[in-house]
Write a protein of this length. Sequence first.
Length: 215
Amino acid sequence: MKGSGLSNTLKKTYKKLFKAFSRQYWWPGRTQFEIIVGAILTQNTAWTNVEKAIKNLKKAKVLYPRKMHDLSERELAKLIRPAGYFNIKAKRLKHFLNYLFDKYSGRLDKLFKKRTDKLRRELLLVNGVGMETADSILLYAGSHPIFVVDTYTKRILSRHMIISEDANYDEIQDIFMKNLPHDVKIFNEYHALFVKLGKDFCRNRKPLCSKCPMM
């Protein structure tokens, strides 16, 4: 499927999912920094565990770039323990914080002023930041128009034969970037709706195909 046909399919799918689930209010987080921390902590764990870790950071009053940067790696690991792989994730958070302070004096406003493609390349050079995490930071924290791809996106699109099962991240992302308007709100909501669909209907095991809003 190519061109206008694919564009129409994506737009119709968005309308169906929005009608079925309405607005998802994703990504949860009161500040840009909280969203960034959540994007790094959610790697390989359930969001409920991330919420516990963020609650610990808030209770300790360190959910700010400078205060977290001043923590030792060991202190940070202890606070984010509920998120799992806490030693690894503490390192990843410190790598990001070192990048933020070394290059942008710890200021997120300066970071997000950078052009999307250039900033994405920079983020991908930060140890522990992969494509999904980088794009989540760009879209949800920085309001940059870029589509986030995750396992739910790939599973849903391949099952509906919009992509092949061996399609990679860039190929899947290109489908949305080339066939939808570059609108932050649409990219934000579309990804969140896919997460909802993937969790509740298009499951890895025992999918509820007969009840799927896309059918």
